[in-house]
Design a binder for this molecule. Structure first.
Ligand SMILES: C[S@@+](CC[C@H](N)C(=O)[O-])C[C@H]1O[C@@H](n2cnc3c(N)ncnc32)[C@H](O)[C@@H]1O
Length: 347
């Protein structure tokens, strides 16, 4: 006889409240601890293991979905946008949802399927959005009616120390959105020259002290984790005889992490390929919405939409960016840097 399964013990932690990501067992189980999760949300924080979708109302307005349409969510994440898109194309519509993250994707698919929409209305693929045109050719050869891309990282990826994106806690230098592909950050840094690293910092993050930090990173040799990398940048920050604001130093640390993450995941390569193939994925009259989080992303989207309009692919593109309302920025500080751009495919 199989002995009955013992109930799982909650993780042990020191003090009154859990502090580490893995200890926040209530936040990891929102279905069971809904009231606790609500409290975290009301405090303007994102519960561990969750992502709050940004500018949902504005995106739904831009995409103007109708029942029966086919819509793509190129960056599924936690599925916050996807559940709205899926609902908006019912009855009879379909959502093609993709993400390259093999850790979060199955959990999100399970959550979305539990909402009870017809099984055939949801197609989920673990893939890079650089290959969206191949998925559309296979699943919707006539093209899709709308596409959403919400770029960058999910809160689950940022907050989970095991993924190596954060320097708030110590973590291995990984930073891969898909840990099954490519080199972890530590290895990529070891294999790259100071010149290459300097180029990433300057080109991907507009870091003014790019060359100084790149030299310091190379000089430091093998780094044990994210905290060590952050420390190298702090120590190398050019001070001269001036007093330097702590905030400026931390901004540089953030920029260095952002640039390395972009290099590790070849984020701009993927974005450029996605934008180049986008027009061929769209039906006449189809709508596109892209949310960006820093100038390197926004510049590429703006240029691709403008070029697409000049080439006659797009009938209209956004002239200005839309940003989150002050209420949303207060309730969810991660929405503050977000910029929304849109385009409409010509007839
Ligand atoms: C900001 S989150 C999306 C959050 C989502 N909109 C939601 O409401 O939960 C970005 C997601 O895009 C994924 N991603 C980033 N670059 C990608 C790429 N090139 N191909 C596929 N997925 C990518 C990340 O793994 C992450 O899950």
């Amino acid at each position: 006889m199989i002995p009955p399964e013992k109930p799982k013990r909650r993780p042990r932690y020191r003090g009154k409240n859990p502090r580490a990501f893995h200890e926040k067992y209530k936040e990891h189980d929102p279905a069971r601890y809904a009231a606790d999760v609500e409290k975290v949300l009301a405090g303007g924080k994102t519960p561990a293991g969750m992502h709050r979708p940004i500018m949902v109302r504005e995106i739904l307005e831009v995409l103007a979905l109708k029942p029966g349409e086919t819509v793509v969510d190129a960056t599924l994440g936690y599925g916050g946008h996807s559940r709205e898109l899926l609902a908006a194309v019912q009855p009879g519509g379909r959502l093609l949802a993709l993400d390259q993250d093999p850790i979060e994707l199955p959990k999100t698919e399970e959550r979305l399927r539990a909402l009870g929409f017809p099984a055939e209305s949801l197609i989920v693929r673990r893939m890079n959005y650089a290959g969206l045109h191949t998925l559309v050719a296979a699943e919707a050869p006539e093209g899709v009616d709308a596409v959403l891309a919400d770029l960058g990282l999910s809160s689950m990826q940022i907050d989970d120390p095991a993924r190596g994106f954060t320097f708030k806690t110590d973590a291995p230098l990984d930073m891969r959105m898909n840990p099954r592909r490519g080199l972890p950050a530590g290895e990529l840094l070891a294999r790259s020259s100071a010149e290459e690293i300097g180029r990433w910092l300057a080109d991907f993050s507009d870091e003014p002290h790019a060359a100084v930090f790149a030299q310091a990173i190379k000089k430091a040799g093998a780094l044990p984790g994210t905290r060590a990398l952050a420390e190298v940048v702090r120590r190398a920050f050019p001070r001269g005889s001036r007093r330097v604001a702590e905030e400026d130093v931390e901004t540089s640390v953030r920029r260095v992490f952002q640039a390395i993450r972009i290099a590790v995941n070849d984020e701009f390569g993927a974005l450029e390929t996605f934008l180049r193939h986008l027009p061929e994925c769209l039906r006449p009259g189809a709508r596109v919405a892209v949310l960006t989080f820093h100038s390197g992303e926004d510049r590429r989207v703006k240029q691709a939409f403008k070029q697409g309009a000049r080439d006659g692919f797009y009938a209209a593109v956004s002239e200005e960016v839309t940003v989150a309302t002050p209420e949303e920025r207060r309730a969810n500080p991660r929405s503050a840097p977000a910029k929304l751009r849109w385009a409409v495919r010509g007839p």
